[in-house]
Design a protein. Structure first.
Length: 197
């Protein structure tokens, strides 16, 4: 669904803002840039069983900060990159579109897997969500993944189980079961907590 440009005019960047984290670990957290595409593509293919499908144009719109296929994703979506010793070690693909922020993908390469890298990225998404008036953050995680331990440890509550879809339109071939997680970042109106919005 295309973004309503009257509601989110070009130039308003909900998904990007200066990074507020300067970790002592030596890991650098930054916004994605066009030169990160090859790394992201390699990692998403390698971790394909754990990550949901996202079209290439979606990544490129965010990285290049321009519309692709008539969609202005870069206005409300973002990609964060972690770096260690000058090398990318993970990425997070997310959206900030009140009332909810969503994490679509968060992955750290196998030889750099420590919770603090994923935690850095998730904390930054949560900070940006708060800054833009979101009530919380949501994500979908396959029920058979170890990542469920991470989400629960980060304070996310499993809300319900759904069956995976292909581009949100029909059931995927895998029919994989997914947990929907959410975490409230502030007090919410009753209609949100009841799932009416």
């Amino acid at each position: 669904m295309p973004v309503d440009l009257k509601k989110y005019p070009i130039g308003v960047r909900y998904a990007t803002s200066p990074l507020a984290i300067a970790p002592a670990s030596g890991t650098i957290l930054r916004d994605g840039k066009p030169s990160d595409w090859l790394y992201i593509d390699h990692l998403r293919k390698k971790e394909g069983d754990s990550l949901g499908f996202i079209p290439k144009d979606a990544y490129l719109s965010v990285l290049e900060r321009k519309p692709y296929s008539g969609r202005y994703r870069f206005l409300y979506q973002g990609i964060l990159i972690t770096e260690d010793n000058g090398q990318q070690t993970g990425f997070c693909y997310f959206s900030i579109l009140p009332p909810w922020a969503k994490v679509f993908q968060i992955v750290v390469q196998e030889d750099a897997r420590r919770w603090y890298r994923a935690t850095l990225m998730l904390q930054e998404v949560e900070r940006r969500a708060r800054e833009n008036g979101c009530v919380g953050v949501r994500c979908r995680v396959a029920v058979d993944l170890e990542a469920n331990f991470f989400w629960r440890a980060m304070g996310y509550e499993p809300v319900k189980v759904v069956t995976s879809t292909w581009l949100n339109q029909r059931l995927s071939r895998s029919g994989r079961l997914l947990w929907i997680y959410r975490k409230y970042l502030r007090a919410v109106p009753q209609q949100l907590s009841l799932g009416l919005v």
